[in-house]
Design a protein. Structure first.
Length: 209
């Protein structure tokens, strides 16, 4: 075997070896990505205890939501989008006509917060800390989102919403929201445990309209 042939054989051998390594790496990547499908961590994918309580992400007007054994009817829904982040707020009322809001966010973990309006509050957003009802809240986040709303919310079908969110130790929430050109609405919120919420869907979307 002369020098040229030997050099060619050695070069081909190296190329085959590199190709083998690349194939092995790609196969390993496919195996890792395939071993953790996105739906595997979805708590509502299987019929476990969580799934049987209903999926809050699918709430719509007309559904019944039982929160801490108090039944509410969903009167309207607002869906909000800010960049790649989205969440929903649902207007509820009980048999006595008491109105509250339930916010549903999954980013990535499910978060449920029950809100009560405070129309008599005199605080305004912007400060790093605020005090209301004897509790001190720290600024958490603020921004502006686009929204679409169903009938029953009292809002325009679509528009923009500005917000400032605060939190207190223990998970209590304070939120300021302004839809369109309206002034600030003040709401106090409490985070719910998943076990405190049961959902009873009431037919398809066309029936709930």
């Amino acid at each position: 075997m002369n020098g040229s042939v030997a050099y060619l054989v050695a070069t081909l051998g190296c190329l085959v070896g590199v190709a083998g390594v690349v194939i092995a790496v790609l196969a390993a990547r496919r195996t890792r990505s395939g071993s953790r499908p996105p739906a595997a961590n979805d708590p509502f994918r299987d019929r476990d205890a969580d799934a049987l309580r209903g999926d809050p992400r699918a709430l719509k007007p007309g559904d019944i939501v039982e929160i801490r054994q108090v039944p509410y009817t969903v009167r309207g829904s607002v869906h909000l989008v800010e960049g790649g982040w989205s969440w929903a707020e649902h207007l509820l009322d009980d048999a006595g006509g008491v109105k509250r809001w339930l916010s549903v966010e999954a980013d990535p973990d499910l978060e449920l917060v029950l809100w009560t309006s405070e129309p008599g509050a005199t605080v305004t957003p912007g400060a790093p800390t605020l005090e209301i009802a004897g509790r001190r809240y720290n600024w958490d986040e603020s921004g502006q989102a686009r929204y679409t709303a169903t009938e029953g919310t009292g809002l325009d079908p679509r528009g923009t919403m500005r917000y400032h969110d605060y939190q207190a130790p223990g998970g209590a929430r304070l939120s300021f929201e302004a839809y369109g050109e309206a002034g600030w609405e003040v709401n106090l919120g409490e985070q719910l445990r998943r076990a405190e919420v049961m959902i009873y869907p009431q037919g398809g979307p066309e029936q709930a309209a």
